[in-house]
Design a binder for this molecule. Structure first.
Ligand code: GLU
Length: 317
């Protein structure tokens, strides 16, 4: 049996909020339950969005919550470095490996051009589905209108039909070509896309289990496909439902209840906060003195709500 390796992968783009803390907590508890190895990876790939000091503050807040890592930027480990901005060579090599098999192409379409030709009745945050205009040209050099992005040429056939295993959402099958279509692996400005780096890192760090916030559930099929195309074994997922406001609307990260630091500054006992988060997510730990260990001992994914959780279940306004 493969040894369980879990990871928490925050982006240092702001303060750690309660929703991320819940995901980190379940990530740590699941790893502890499996007697696995817990990895902390700092996802600072998108340099312009990085907030100075945020990485240190996030690690500090997670430590306050009682979480400890086996491998991390500070401790190192067999797959160091654990900071994405120091791992460019791996991402470049992955794109080259895909290019050698004709699985990527350069794309110089602008957003406006894509919007014009794409049929996008369901265009979400990620914009309309790319219509494949540049696909026939592959990676060959052309007279580009702008620095080109690199897209994955999602196979049109059965290879793009992937089955995702999610401990919270269940097992489901999706054809990536019929869904999001050819997605970006490196942006025109040279920044490697989240979808690429997270897969390359999870494979390289031999991650078996990804526990993360529910807002990333829509990425699982793409990441499963990409892991396969890179010759690896995709992880099993568990998406922890998001925290929402009492009226069910999405909570802004700047909501006063959200930053973990505020609870800390208010003198709250971190163990009480851990128990409150666990209770809101279906695990009543009573007044356990070691709540992380208690959660690990009783963790049962079927008890998590499938939908979002109201923040007032954790903290009163
Ligand atoms: N770095 C991502 C974020 O903070 C999470 C990536 C992941 O868990 O797959 O939103």
């Amino acid at each position: 049996m493969t040894a369980y390796r879990g990871r928490f992968a925050p982006s240092p783009t702001g303060a750690l909020h309660l929703g991320s803390a819940a995901a980190a907590l379940f990530c740590a508890a699941a790893t502890l339950q499996a007697r696995g190895t817990l990895v902390l990876r700092m996802e600072d790939i998108d340099r312009p969005r990085v907030v100075p000091g945020a990485a240190e503050a996030i690690l500090d807040d997670l430590a306050w919550l009682g979480l400890r890592w086996d491998e991390s930027p500070a401790q190192g480990g067999p797959f160091a470095p654990y900071v994405q901005s120091e791992r460019f060579a791996l991402y470049e090599a992955a794109i080259e490996a895909l290019a050698a098999r004709g699985l990527v192409y350069a794309c110089d379409c602008s957003r406006a051009e894509i919007a014009r030709v794409a049929s996008a009745p369901h265009a979400g945050e990620e914009g309309p589905r790319y219509p494949g205009t540049c696909r026939p040209f592959g990676m060959q050099k052309r007279d580009f209108k702008r620095p080109p992005a690199v897209r994955l040429a999602v196979p049109d056939d059965e290879r793009a039909r992937v089955t995702v295993h999610d401990r919270v959402l269940g097992t489901y099958t999706e054809h990536v070509g019929h869904g999001t279509g050819d997605f970006v692996l490196r942006r025109g400005d040279g920044v490697f896309a989240y979808q690429l780096v997270v897969v390359v890192d999870d494979l390289h760090m031999q991650i078996t289990d990804v526990v993360r916030g529910g807002d990333l559930a829509s990425s699982s099929a793409r990441q499963t496909l990409l892991a396969r195309l890179l010759g690896g074994t995709p992880p099993t997922f568990a998406h922890v439902p998001l925290l929402v406001a009492d009226d069910g609307s999405r909570l802004a990260k700047r909501d006063k209840l959200m930053p973990l630091r505020d609870h800390r500054d208010a003198g709250r006992d971190p163990r009480a906060l851990v128990r409150a988060i666990a209770r809101a997510y279906g695990h009543d730990l009573g007044d356990a003195e070691a709540p992380l260990e208690a959660l690990a001992a009783s963790l049962d994914w079927s008890r998590l709500p499938r939908e979002s959780v109201r923040v007032s279940a954790i903290v009163a306004r």
